[in-house]
Design a protein around this ligand. Structure first.
Ligand code: GLC
Length: 724
């Protein structure tokens, strides 16, 4: 008689329960251990797979994964290993894989369908290598721009992050988790990790539970609704309690209240850090007990937890039922994934899957829609046919590492600047060169200066070259060394001699098109004011340069919209749009009140006009859905895409609420001269606030409904709605 856990006709729940009942304490606790192949030696990894039944490994690639899996399958119960990897904008730790724009870059597409497709492509490429799980999406919010990991976020807004997070999770996990191409998603870093003190990575987030619920929880709630299989507990403490020691956040809120059925993996060494960094545990046994009671199910890269947990249970300090709860969640996901039914062995289709033409097409489409046009004075773009010589100047014009951004084979698992992509890559220089041949324009290039080292520059040489051209394209921004974990910045000005370079290029008197290749908004008021055109690409992936060049030559009409605000100066932070109202402090004495660029902002080569804002009803009750309608006319001469945005303000609430909050959007193609009527459904339950008692409530009263091209008051059309 086949045991239930081996019977694929039984449910994952039944199989998990059956298997759990057969396991020893050591085999159970082994499942909770995640070993990193970037830390453990090969023999240590083999030990963990064969003799201590480690449930998961990360940073195991191809052959190593196959070998470790064989060892696991040969153990008494043959429980397959779950292989996790940071595939956060494509399977970008593999040199042959499709490298998408970063989350921040792709979030500027405001295109959930394309983001979901990017997730699907990533899943196929990760699965083709025999791996099962990506530590993505990041649902942290990019609100303090000093933080090093802004590039990994979907921007500053919880509504947009929730929509795009749910989309990419569906892409990763597919229709059915057990499908061969489906992999586990991991919503991270739970919770409020980007809001740490001073934007400093892993420092305490001083936020009340009400603030956590109101601002940071919504994207994770969307992830749970989307069926996200795993969550990652963040490094830092919230109001003094490390997340991995917080029963309130992990057990009560995430598992009990939100009903999360998957498992929680800690971030890197969280349990060890309870002792050595955060000082909330005297030793590993105390840390292990706290972590177990809080609701961490899998422990990343703290192998000593294994021995401490066994001791704790044997000493009766921790009930075995706590272990069972964690292991049951892990086994449930392994069964749901199909890991016991053949998915534990790699497919042999890797060669025709990685960066195949279908995947590249999806990437090109998404990259095109992710580029944001910020300035276009006198319609200098698209470049006109009288431009016969173009000077491409700047440190990021031909730097694929800067363009790829974080979490690729250049940056992880260890810094590897000599890695060679096996895929086609398009820097801005290559894009301009290849497209300008079509327009019979000559292209010259000069790096001009280094991104960081002020001494390393030849600004005179660059200026001389620029003077000989009809137009100058300056490609600047930041680099890998200025983004990522441990890489927060207090000063967001252009580093090195980039500002000097820009001013020297401007002095040449030629049209100056500035392209930003960067991991986060920078304080670039001079470039905003004196460039003739300004394009924001962020870390736009393997096709970034091609998409930028298509826009410069007018083959693509830009449609990107900022998912994050830009400051004039880092001292102006925070500049995110959905702040609570103040009045005296609306602005600093020495700084404008508005951000340099606002959330939702972006230009097109055509123009759009909004009219006829009306609601299907102006008085409604709390369980209604109100249709918000507006006409949008393409008043220009070329077709274009517009992202119609819907913001709401609660005009009378029991707690102070944001001056506006995004509650819907629609990206539409509108032909030149055409008018379309856009309808955005507004579910009144979305107008919730979190009151002082931390309850989610929709409070009756008057609301301001705003619709327009971005979040600036000056462009929004407004009307009122009364909720009874
Ligand atoms: C890192 C990051 C997390 C990543 C994990 C595994 O330190 O904080 O985002 O998924 O470790 O690489």
């Amino acid at each position: 008689m086949m045991p239930v856990y081996k019977d694929s006709s039984c449910s994952p729940e039944q199989r998990a329960d059956d298997l759990l009942a057969r396991m020893t304490l050591e085999e159970k606790i082994g499942q909770m251990i995640q070993i990193s192949c970037s830390v453990a030696s090969e023999s240590e990894a083999e030990e963990w797979a064969a003799h201590r039944f480690a449930g998961s490994f990360l940073y195991a690639f191809g052959d190593t994964a196959k070998h470790l899996q064989e060892l696991a399958l040969s153990t008494r119960l043959g429980i397959p290993i779950l292989f996790g990897i940071d595939a956060i904008h494509g399977h970008a730790l593999n040199t042959g894989a499709t490298v998408f724009p970063s989350q921040l870059s792709m979030s500027c597409s405001w295109n959930p369908e394309l983001v979901q497709k990017a997730g699907r492509v990533t899943a196929k490429e990760v699965a083709s290598e025999g791996l099962h799980w990506t530590f993505s999406p990041v649902l942290c919010l990019g609100r303090d721009l000093r933080w090093g990991r802004i590039n990994e976020t979907f921007g500053e807004d919880q509504y947009l992050a929730g929509i795009l997070g749910a989309a990419i999770i569906k892409g990763y996990q597919g229709e059915h988790l057990a499908d061969p191409d489906s992999i586990l998603a991991c919503a991270k870093h739970y919770i409020a990790y980007g809001e740490s003190l001073g934007g400093r990575d892993s420092y305490d987030t001083s936020a009340s539970m009400r603030k956590v619920r109101e601002v940071f929880l919504p994207p994770f709630a969307e992830a749970v609704k989307a069926g996200c299989a795993t969550m990652m507990a963040s490094y830092q403490s919230v109001d003094g309690t490390p997340v991995s020691a917080s029963e309130k956040l992990l057990k009560d809120l995430l598992k009990d209240e939100l009903g999360f059925k998957g498992f929680v993996v800690t971030d890197w060494e969280n349990v060890r850090n309870l002792v050595v960094r955060q000082g909330v545990a005297a030793d590993m046994k105390e840390a292990a007990a706290k972590a177990l009671n809080a609701g961490n199910d899998m422990i990343m890269n703290t192998p000593e937890f294994y021995y401490a947990a066994i001791e704790l249970v044997k000493a009766g300090v921790v009930k075995e039922s706590i272990i069972d709860q964690a292991v049951r969640r892990i086994l449930f996901i392994k069964f749901a994934l199909g890991l016991f039914d053949g998915k534990c062995r790699p497919q042999n289709n890797k060669h025709n899957t990685l960066a195949c033409s279908e995947h590249l097409d999806i990437n090109m489409k998404l990259t095109r829609e992710s580029i944001v046009l910020l300035e276009n004075r006198n319609n200098i773009l698209p470049l006109k046919s009288n431009i016969k010589k173009i000077a491409v100047i700047g440190p990021n014009a031909d730097d694929i590492q800067a363009q790829f951004g974080d979490w690729t084979y250049f940056s992880h698992p260890d810094l590897n600047p000599s890695a060679v992509p096996k895929i086609e890559t398009w820097t801005v220089l290559r894009g301009i060169k290849e497209l300008s041949s079509k327009y019979k324009a000559e292209v010259v290039y000069h790096k001009g200066c280094d991104i960081m080292d002020p001494e390393d520059q030849d600004i005179e040489g660059a200026a001389r070259l620029a003077s000989s051209a009809d137009a100058v394209i300056a490609v600047i921004g930041d680099c890998l060394a200025q983004n990522g974990e441990y890489k927060d910045r207090a000063d967001l000005d252009l580093s090195g001699s980039q500002q000097k370079l820009l001013e020297a290029l401007k002095a040449c008197g030629k049209p100056l098109i500035v392209v930003l290749v960067n991991g986060k908004p920078l304080s670039i008021p001079w470039a905003a004011k004196y460039s003739d055109a300004l394009i924001e690409a962020f870390n736009s992936g393997m096709f970034g340069g091609k998409a930028v060049a298509e826009i410069i030559f007018g083959e693509t009409n830009p449609s990107g919209r900022l998912s994050i605000s830009f400051p004039y100066h880092s001292g102006q932070l925070p500049v995110y749009y959905n702040q609570l109202p103040g009045w005296h402090g609306a602005k600093y004495m020495d700084m404008p009140s508005e951000p340099l660029y606002s959330f939702g902002y972006g230009l097109s080569y055509t123009s759009f006009e909004y009219s006829n804002l009306k609601l299907s009803k102006n008085i409604c009750n709390t369980d209604d859905t109100v249709a918000v309608n507006t006409d949008v006319r393409n008043t220009g001469s070329i077709d274009g895409m517009e992202t119609v945005q819907l913001y709401v303000r609660d005009l009378a609430s029991s707690v102070v609420t944001p001056v506006k909050q995004l509650k819907g959007f629609k990206k539409v193609e509108i032909k030149a001269g055409e008018t379309v009527t856009i309808e955005i459904p507004l579910d009144i339950r979305e107008l919730f606030i979190v009151n002082e008692a931390e309850e989610y409530v929709v409070e009756p009263g008057e609301f301001e409904i705003m619709v327009g091209p971005d979040s600036r008051d000056s462009v929004l059309h407004k009307t009122r709605l009364v909720v009874e």
